[in-house]
Design a protein around this ligand. Structure first.
Ligand code: G3I
Length: 380
């Protein structure tokens, strides 16, 4: 009996060792996104708290192998980094900066002024004067601390409605419609060595794009620095809006700024009926089983559809590589994506290039092939 158990243990050990060697071999032979696109644009990923704390070794290996830019998914947002008037929480942001420095990765800091995820002390402010004081103090303190340590800032995030008008936020109501220019003016002063971006979703669509162009022109007319615009890129695998993306790259580039794709993911699940593409986190829907078809596996037909959409998008990015500074995925792997809980909680989504086992999907290889197999498209 003893002999039998020891034999079984040896076989299991061999199998485990074999698996580990295989995984290592896969990792060593997997191409690298950052290497593949090194002459084109930065390739980034969002990092969640677990990853920043280095508690996710498989994701950690992929981050180091695949990406040369990172964006903190949540930990530099106002409610986390400045939870009280005089209370700051810099630990995780400092850790991220140190991690990035050590691994030769650029940090896009996200985000200084956003209507969402504000600390409760700020949300309850009664007077315009208090909001103004908070606004100046937050931008100045946070941006100056990381100047020269982060590469770029999303200075203002999601200031627009879908029709291109300004969102009715606590900032617009209390500071008036010049607040975006003022945010960039303060950021420019506090962070002279950091690139400054306006970041939003759906600004590839004509009406919202016109709103973003108006914002950028207003900042420029005031003599204030803006270096780029971030198109978030929360799209869908069935309908990546290619013509709109192309037109946006042309129109934004014509303003003399860089274009970044800052939060790219292609949802593989049905959109709740009647809903337009949206990243507005208050815009949620009820769960139903038909809206969650890929809980056990992601079938080949869907893998191919996702792969084709990613290839179309990357062919376009390569065509405009001189205008594009960075392409960042909103997460490393499908297990981590916010789209598992948005717009419906508790679904199993598959929007990224690496699956829940951290393995490259067909979409990963289709992206790599846009470069290695070449594309004949030329810009303009
Ligand atoms: O940290 C708390 C945790 O303490 C608590 O136990 C848990 C319970 O739900 O919630 C945790 O906070 C969550 C946070 O993510 C961290 O995981 C929030 O509920 C959740 O709403 C939050 O979602 C984030 C969302 O922004 C809202 O701010 C997503 O992770 C993040 O991917 C998403 O990112 C935004 C970009 O910043 C801007 N563009 C759109 C994009 C997608 O919404």
């Amino acid at each position: 009996m003893k002999k039998k158990i020891s034999f079984l243990l040896s076989v299991s050990a061999l199998l485990i060792a074999g698996c580990a060697t295989n995984q290592k071999a896969t990792a060593q032979t997997t191409p690298s996104l950052k290497e593949t696109f090194k002459n084109d644009f930065l390739i980034g990923t969002a990092m969640n708290t677990q990853q920043i704390e280095e508690k996710d070794p498989a994701a950690d290996a992929l981050i180091k192998q695949q990406f040369n830019a990172v964006t903190p998914e949540n930990i530099m947002k106002a409610e986390i980094i400045q939870p009280g008037w005089d209370t700051y929480n810099f630990d995780l942001a400092d850790k991220l900066v140190a991690y990035a420095q050590k691994n030769n990765i650029k940090v896009n800091a996200h985000t200084l002024i956003w209507h969402s995820q504000l600390p409760s002390f700020m949300r309850h402010m009664q007077s315009a004067d208090s909001v103004k004081q908070y606004f100046e103090k937050h931008i100045t303190t946070v941006a100056s601390r990381y100047d020269g340590k982060v590469y770029s800032w999303d200075v203002v995030n999601e200031a627009l409605n879908e029709d291109g008008t300004l969102r009715n936020s606590v900032f617009l109501r209390n500071l008036g419609d010049n607040y975006i220019v003022e945010a960039f003016r303060l950021a420019q002063k506090a962070a002279p060595n950091t690139l400054l971006y306006y970041n939003d979703y759906n600004i590839e669509q004509p009406k919202k794009r016109a709103g973003a162009i108006a914002i950028i022109k207003k900042i420029q007319a005031a003599g204030v620095r803006i270096d780029g615009v971030g198109i978030q890129g929360h799209w869908h695998m069935d309908n990546p809006p290619l013509q709109d993306i192309e037109q946006s790259i042309k129109e934004f580039s014509a303003l003399g700024i860089k274009v970044a794709f800052t939060e790219l993911d292609l949802s593989a699940l049905p959109n709740p009926r009647g809903r337009a593409n949206s990243a507005d986190i208050s815009n949620t829907a009820q769960y139903n089983e038909q809206a969650n078809p890929y809980t056990k596996s992601f079938p080949d037909s869907a893998q191919q559809k996702l792969a084709k959409s990613y290839a179309d998008i990357f062919n376009l990015f390569l065509k405009y590589k001189n205008n594009i500074s960075r392409v960042t995925f909103w997460g490393v792997d499908d297990g981590q994506t916010w789209l598992n809980d948005f717009p419906v909680r508790g679904r199993t989504n598959h929007p990224l290039l690496f699956d829940r086992q951290y393995q490259p999907k067909p979409a990963f290889y289709s992206v790599i092939e846009t470069k290695t197999k070449g594309s004949s498209a030329k810009a303009f």
